[in-house]
Design a binder for this molecule. Structure first.
Ligand code: NAG
Ligand code: NAG
Ligand code: NAG
Length: 239
């Protein structure tokens, strides 16, 4: 027979475990809270987040800190900005391992290559002279050039490796324009020299992600099993 004290202990243990369990399952699912942004300044990652299908570009903007830089610059600009945002599909269609083989500096350059330091409304691309200046490199002429051509309403971007059309407008406010592109704009400076060599460890990132996913699932299963065992044992002890 369980004494009142044992029952109290059991209830205490169970509620603790339950709260602990809730805590574990919620914290593993939540993303860290975003930093507060000044009102009025458009936040590129938030706009892209609402537009869906830009998770890889958002991750790159954040990991390279270009998103912070854009927030500051958009807060204090007369020229504005134009951004070409590649979809997740665009990133997934890159040669496997292409992103992984880049060093930190090249990642920043790749992201900045998608940022033009002026606001260009869609109808004004025909006035841009080639090569269009991007924010990659030290903005010297000819460094990280991006060419534009227009035909009717179609705006085509050419890097020398990539040729793709502006596929849509995600956001525009007279100061910032964000355009959708269905291919990652690959600058020659980063991707040309090694384009003939096989990408290192093809398929590895995907496999690694799969393994991480599996081990996470396994650890959740073990966690739940342990919780169940503790409940059963506590219950048996209290009888
Ligand atoms: C935006 O500009 C205001 C006024 O110029 C300044 O006080 C504020 O710190 C700036 N915010 C960012 C994120 O740069
Ligand atoms: C870009 O335009 C410049 C100037 O017209 C030209 O010299 C260059 O070959 C072009 N490059 C590409 C990749 O289209
Ligand atoms: C190209 O590959 C070589 C080694 O194969 C590496 O040292 C170099 O940094 C790479 N260049 C670029 C632009 O990725």
């Amino acid at each position: 027979m369980a004494t009142a004290k044992q029952n109290l202990n059991l209830i205490f243990t169970l509620s603790f475990l339950f709260v602990f369990h809730l805590h574990c399952s919620t914290t593993s699912a939540q993303a860290p809270a975003p930093a507060p942004t000044p009102p009025g300044t458009p936040d590129v990652t938030k706009i892209l987040g609402k537009a869906k299908q830009y998770t890889i570009f958002i991750r790159l903007l954040k990991s390279t800190k270009v998103s912070d830089r854009l927030l500051g610059e958009l807060n204090d600009t007369v020229d504005g900005k134009s951004i070409f945002a590649p979809t997740d599909k665009a990133f997934l269609s890159l040669k496997s391992g292409a992103l992984h083989s880049l060093n930190d500096e090249q990642r920043v350059e790749l992201v900045l290559y998608h940022v033009v330091p002026i606001y260009v409304p869609l109808s004004q691309f025909l006035t841009v002279s080639n090569p269009m200046r991007t924010e990659a490199g030290d903005s010297g002429d000819g460094e990280f050039p991006l060419n534009v051509s227009t035909a009717g309403n179609t705006v085509t971007l050419m890097t020398g490796l990539t040729k793709t059309n502006v596929a849509g407008t995600i956001y525009t406010d007279g100061q910032l324009a964000i355009y959708r592109v269905d291919q990652v704009l690959q600058p020659l400076q980063i991707f040309a020299s090694n384009s003939s060599t096989p990408a290192p460890a093809p398929g590895k990132p995907l496999k690694a992600a799969g393994v991480a996913e599996k081990s996470r699932a396994l650890s959740i299963a073990v966690h739940n099993l342990a919780l169940f065992a503790v409940i059963v044992i506590s219950f048996a002890l209290s009888l």
